[in-house]
Ligand binder design. Structure first.
Ligand SMILES: C[S@@+](CC[C@H](N)C(=O)[O-])C[C@H]1O[C@@H](n2cnc3c(N)ncnc32)[C@H](O)[C@@H]1O
Length: 207
């Protein structure tokens, strides 16, 4: 029986994809992935299903096709950290799936900063509600996945308004890509920057 391969692609740059992940994608007949993740893959000769707001359709599609086709679901970073794996594991048995790790955006970010991450609390504001001030007050060191609506500047503003304007913010946008940029400042200053990031992680700590 074919297993569904759930493959972590790393932060984006091909040099950061594990060989095992690349093989899983190359050996598949069908690739299921979001637009940004598809952009970096060689998809010639493969059927492509784009992930949008269609998760239920996708799980039905997989159920109907997994017997006859090798299917890879490609996600950014590591599948174990805020990916479609959370959804898929509720629709498929564990022995129907093979999950292949990737380098998470936050692993990459912490390496770039030269800061160990074991004392940081992992959080996400990506497409969800999140009590930024409460989590930061309780955990001191936090990193957030952000998105186009809930950005690093918004996190900085919330911290400032909650009396935590002295916290340091490190924000990394398009990590591992050619236009990667990492910017840092105290929350009270960061909130007024004249730019904002769309594909970023935000690290919050005391120094
Ligand atoms: C659905 S989550 C996936 C997280 C992913 N599983 C991981 O381990 O990095 C998407 C979020 O990951 C972060 N992200 C993914 N790739 C990134 C990159 N190259 N640079 C900065 N942030 C990235 C952004 O916060 C983005 O909104």
């Amino acid at each position: 029986l074919n297993k569904i391969k759930i493959v972590g692609l790393g932060p984006g740059n091909k040099n950061y994809i594990l060989p095992a992940a690349l093989s899983a994608v190359n050996e598949s007949d069908i690739i299921i992935a979001g637009k940004r993740n598809l952009a970096g893959l060689d998809t010639s000769g493969k059927r492509i299903i784009e992930v949008r707001n269609n998760l239920l359709e996708i799980s039905d599609f997989i159920k109907m096709n997994m017997e006859h086709y090798r299917i890879a679901v490609a996600v950014s970073g590591d599948p174990g950290f805020y990916s479609m794996l959370g959804f898929l594991k509720n629709h498929f048995n564990r022995d129907e799936m093979e999950v292949i790790p990737g380098i998470s955006s936050f692993q990459y970010m912490f390496c770039k900063l030269g800061i160990p991450w074991e004392n940081f609390f992992p959080a996400s504001v990506h497409g969800r509600d999140c009590n930024v001030a409460g989590i930061t007050r309780m955990n001191k060191n936090v990193f957030f996945l952000t998105d186009t609506k809930f950005t690093c500047k918004k996190i900085a503003a919330i911290l400032y308004e909650s009396g935590m304007g002295e916290k340091m913010i490190y924000a990394g946008n398009n990590l591992s890509y050619k236009d990667e940029i990492i910017v840092s400042d105290k929350a009270g200053i960061f909130k007024d920057k004249d730019f904002d990031f769309e594909n970023a992680v935000t690290v919050v700590c005391d120094e």
